[in-house]
Design a protein around this ligand. Structure first.
Ligand code: FAD
Length: 402
């Protein structure tokens, strides 16, 4: 694989760089830097979404015919790397990276015309209704029932850990349409409007003090048959396509490398640790160097997957490999940050956001204030999108043939 960029690709990189310098406001960069959670809040995420949409660059995972950029994988990689280097807020993946590509591939022309433009302009938000209290890793045992009555489905059940359900206009949801069929065969993929009497959202505040996830109760909630994606019973196949994009659809390494660089700076600036400046501690330097090498190796793997995708291949089980490595690396970086800040790294601010005028005063630096909140929030990396054990199971079966 040729890892050198062509002159055209370098020109594209410069174009992206110039755009970010001119159009990504410092307020949004500061917000992104000081967000301890995986998902940014809508106050910064929505504005950034609108700016990118105005430039036509919001859907870099979509084909051109649906309003995406149509970029080849190298350009997508260059774009994501520049976003990371510029401290751009992460966009919500729920519409753009999860249900959007599903609709591009499996949606009817009517569904594509109804939903895709509103994902692109950010006017409709989405949440993911897969997990249930008794069905996470073993997703096929989900119990939410969708009963067909004329041109409607009536849904009953509950979904849990539903990220940003409190902001969502729509939920893409897996529900059992045929209770007699084998578990995987009886599931359908339904698009359900969130603002209706049959839906109740109960917030779940996590260990770090963030409200990102919820439990969603469906009590005779309704959706239209025309809003089912694919055939009845095809939901499992579509769910797996979506999960591959969730696990391996973008590049994790550039942001991890930026975080490691920031950690290095902090280690040099913060005079904490038992022996004074941790920045001069050889053991710390060794750990940082190791993390950096692992992140660079991950970057090469991600580039290889992108090269495969350029040939029309789906990420497949490689997505699990990347998800596993990236999740472990992110947690290792967060863990090291807490150690570097010593006692100051133990503070846990309970209000949000940690940027702007209303942000609580840090004890020590803002970076120290972020350490514990990021560490606790980041425990979720090895859980959502499928736990580490589940990814290892997939790798064992589908890559190693065990
Ligand atoms: C912050 C966050 C956001 C999330 N957002 C969403 C969302 O928006 N929408 C959504 O649908 N879901 C979401 N999830 C849910 C997530 O996908 C599930 O939590 C995850 O799939 C694990 O399921 P579970 O919580 O039921 O744990 P369980 O499946 O009960 O697992 C418990 C433990 O058992 C282990 N285990 C289970 N099965 C096996 C096995 N076969 N082999 C080895 N070990 C096993 C697991 O690895 C884990 O350690 C989110 C989760 C978190 C933490």
């Amino acid at each position: 694989m040729d890892l050198d960029f062509t002159p055209e690709e370098l020109a594209f990189r410069d174009e992206v760089r110039a755009f970010l310098a001119a159009h990504l406001p410092e307020r949004l960069r500061e917000g992104a830097r000081n967000t301890p959670s995986v998902f940014v809040e809508p106050d910064i995420g929505d504005e950034w979404h609108r700016i990118l949409h105005a430039r036509g660059w919001v859907a870099w995972h979509w084909p051109k015919e649906f309003g995406g950029t149509g970029w080849d994988p190298v350009r997508r990689y260059i774009f994501e790397k520049e976003l990371a280097l510029a401290d751009a807020p992460a966009l919500s993946i729920l519409g753009l990276r999860l249900v959007g590509p599903v609709l591009c591939r499996y949606g009817t022309p009517e569904q594509q015309a109804r939903f895709l433009p509103r994902i692109l302009d950010g006017s409709e938000k989405w949440c993911q209704g897969y997990s249930e209290p008794g069905a996470g890793s073993d997703l096929a045992s989900l119990k939410t029932r969708a009963e067909r009555r004329g041109d409607r489905y009536i849904l009953n059940g509950t979904k849990i850990w539903t990220t940003h359900a409190h902001y969502a206009d729509w939920m893409f949801c897996l529900a059992r349409t045929d209770p007699q069929a084998k578990p995987q065969a009886g599931i359908s993929f339904l698009l359900v409007p969130m603002r209706q009497p049959g839906i109740t959202i109960r917030p779940i505040v996590t260990l770090a003090g963030d409200h990102e996830v919820n439990q969603v109760f469906l009590d005779d909630a309704e959706t239209r048959v025309e809003w089912r994606v694919g055939e009845e019973g095809q939901g499992w196949e579509i769910a797996k396509f979506l999960l591959e994009n969730e696990r391996g659809g973008s590049c994790a390494a550039p942001r991890i490398l930026v975080d490691i660089a920031r950690l290095k700076q902090a280690a040099e600036a913060e005079p904490s640790g038992a022996n004074g400046a941790l920045g001069r501690d050889p053991e710390l330097a060794r750990r940082l160097a190791r993390l950096e090498l692992e992140a660079l190796a991950l970057e090469t793997t991600e580039l290889r997957i992108l090269a495969d995708q350029a040939k029309g291949r789906r990420p497949g089980p490689q997505a699990s490999l990347v998800k596993l490595i990236a999740a472990n690396l992110r947690q290792a970086v967060d863990e090291l940050a807490v150690e570097i800040f010593g006692p100051l790294g133990l503070q846990l601010p309970t209000t949000r956001p940690l940027y702007g005028n209303a942000a609580p005063e840090p004890v020590g630096s803002r970076a120290a204030q972020l350490a514990m909140a990021s560490y606790l929030n980041g425990r979720a990396w090895t859980i959502f999108g499928g736990t580490n054990e589940v990814q290892k199971g997939i790798i064992a079966r589908q890559v190693l043939g065990l």
